[in-house]
Design a protein around this ligand. Sequence first.
Ligand code: NAP
Length: 261
Amino acid sequence: MPPHVLILGGTTEARELAAGLAARGVRVTTSLAGRVARPGALDGDVRVGGFGGAEGLAAWLREQRVDALVDATHPFAEAITANAARAAAATGVPAVVLRRPGWHPGPDDRWHPVASLPEAADLLPRLGRRVFLTTGRLGLAAFAHLTDLHFVVRSVEPPEPPMPPHTRTVLARGPFTVADEHALLREHAVDVLVTKDSGGEATAAKLTAARDLGLPVVVVRRPPLPAGTPAVPDVAGALAFLGLAPRRPGPGASGGTQRFV
Ligand code: NAP
């Protein structure tokens, strides 16, 4: 029996890791929450839908004889990351969080960090009237009371109420180029941008475009990782954790790699 790795997915990195594991002959299952109706193709097996909390995930790990767990969910998917840490602790299954690094402002950026979507909504009326909101279609309720502002919302699937009354939807899936983002900001006369600190290349162009146009950006900070959970920044790090690629030497590197699969 080949070793079995469960990836908690929903990100580009999860897709790349599934391909990398399948190519190495590892049995890989990617778990998706089921929020997107037509997710792209994935290597290996795919299961869809919640597990029923940390206990449900722990039961699944045992039943499916999972040898290692990689939480490659989005940096803002806080509940499933907490559940994964608890399930790994309860079962003893080795687990790692694959979390891409966050973004950092440059000297010409006008960033306003906030802790949450409601805090972003509180701040917005002081910064602009025409908002490009890129925090995901499921978080629009936090802005629904801002009846005087005009919003452009970009998402893969159409948003549902509650949402602000003056909302225009742009249906699109990244990656986006800086030219795409300049065009969108100009077309809708945007004067403020709201984003989560998702990190990664696929959606970073909007930050460059906002900087070029001198626009303020409200940046929602990431929730912290569960205490004690090992984390790696990329697919190579996840493979190294699993013992499938050499760990790159760095300050404090401990040397050998424990083989989990
Ligand atoms: P969340 O709030 O952390 O999770 C809510 C519940 O959804 C979890 O308790 C779990 O249900 C289920 N769930 C979440 N991710 C799952 C997965 N990969 N496989 C199986 N069940 C999962 O999650 P979220 O923020 O709604 O994100 C849902 C998915 O969308 C994640 O897979 C994430 O990677 C992806 N995503 C999220 C964002 C974002 O901004 N939050 C952006 C892009 C992609 P049970 O307790 O029943 O197991």
